[in-house]
Write a protein that binds this ligand. Structure first.
Ligand code: NAI
Ligand code: MG
Length: 332
């Protein structure tokens, strides 16, 4: 049976970058059935729901989902589409590889993986909003910490890493993070893996100063969200960072960036983050060679000056996408 791939373009630059990523998927998966699911701001304005139960059913029917980004409207009753999808599909592991593609002339580039717990923490969606006092509950469970730590440890083994598992946390202030740290340490010990627990604020600086010291970093939901944007600095910006949201039964691939309303409609958004997310999907389907080919082709183009304005080039979103497809075909 052919693969079913749900495509959500979303808002802002989503409909500009996602078609470029879809082109690459269509090239390598010519028999796949791609179907669009409309989610986001326009739908919310029209129907009062940015993501309905029917949409969730549609997404659940896919072997994998390619997602652009959605814009958050300034309405306290709006429910985050992403939180909803991550919870409904139980996409508990958010994998955010940080691997610069631009050659720096300083030996091998940094290569790390941020493993972000994706269903709990401050993004559990348990909030009480008032005029005088608003609260957001931060939830850390043993079971949630255990399964994300297991994912991080299996990645360390897969990557043949000799480095310890770094745990990003803030247990000096947030006691809930002691449960996270201790559970991660217990899991790592059962895998025979060393750990190093680092306070998240110090970690944000150190990954920028010494990126090559890091391999796999496991952390809670909001810290992982922030740390990955911070690491955008190492890769040339948000236009470069892909991610995978993986659960036991569903998989969802999206650029780390949002809908970038400041540049939407101009045709200048960098599609690389979306395309690398598509490459992660290929890898998820067992097509590691094809995923590497995409990564290498992107690196070749960027290193020869073929890139969008955020990286100092003059390609448009679609001209970069077309040149990449041509480069991939040539390399095959
Ligand atoms: P953003 O990631 O959309 O943009 C931050 C900055 O990075 C902007 O200056 C933007 O132009 C630049 N940028 C982002 N992607 C780029 C690309 N591919 N090429 C070139 N430059 C790029 O974050 P921001 O501005 O905080 O949020 C904008 C909207 O997106 C908000 O409504 C927010 O809620 C939503 N958002 C949605 C996400 C999602 O759907 N996954 C994730 C993050 C934000
Ligand atoms: Mg983010």
């Amino acid at each position: 049976m052919s693969l079913r791939i749900a495509v959500v373009n979303g808002d802002g630059i989503g409909p500009e970058v996602i078609p470029e990523a879809q082109k690459i998927l269509e090239h390598f998966l010519p028999d796949a059935d791609f179907y669009e699911v409309e989610l986001g701001l326009a739908k919310w304005e029209r129907s009062g729901s940015a993501c309905s139960p029917d949409d969730i059913r549609e997404l659940k029917g896919a072997d994998a989902i390619l997602f652009g980004a959605v814009t958050t409207p300034p309405d306290p009753n709006y429910r985050s589409v992403l939180l909803q999808i991550r919870h409904e599909l139980d996409l508990y592991a958010n994998l955010r590889p940080i691997r610069p593609l631009r050659s720096s002339g300083q030996g091998s580039p940094a290569d790390m993986m941020i493993v972000r717990e994706n269903t709990e923490g401050l993004y559990s969606g348990i909030e009480e909003i008032g005029e005088e006092r608003s609260t957001t509950l931060r939830v850390v469970t043993k079971a949630g910490s255990k399964r994300i730590a297991e994912k991080a440890c299996s990645l360390i083994l897969e990557r043949n890493s000799k480095s310890p598992l770094v745990i990003g946390y803030k247990g000096n202030v947030l006691k809930s993070d002691l449960l996270f740290r201790d559970t991660c340490s217990e899991v790592a010990a059962s895998f025979g893996i060393q750990t190093k627990a680092v306070f998240i604020d110090a970690l944000c600086l150190d990954v920028l100063q010494h990126p090559k010291n890091y391999d796999v970093i496991v952390t809670t939901n909001m810290f992982g969200d922030i740390l990955s944007d911070v690491c955008g600095y190492l890769t040339g910006g948000l236009g470069m960072l892909p991610s995978a949201n993986i659960g036991d039964t569903h998989a969802f691939f999206e650029p780390v960036h949002g809908s970038a309303p400041d540049i939407a409609g101009k045709g200048i958004a960098n599609p690389v983050a979306a395309i690398r997310s598509a490459a992660m999907m290929l890898e998820y389907f067992g097509m590691k060679r094809e995923a590497c080919l995409v990564e290498e082709s992107i690196a070749d183009l960027i290193n020869s000056g073929v890139c969008t304005p955020d990286l100092g080039g003059c390609e448009s979103t679609s001209s970069f996408g077309n040149r990449l497809l041509a480069a991939v075909c040539k390399k095959e």
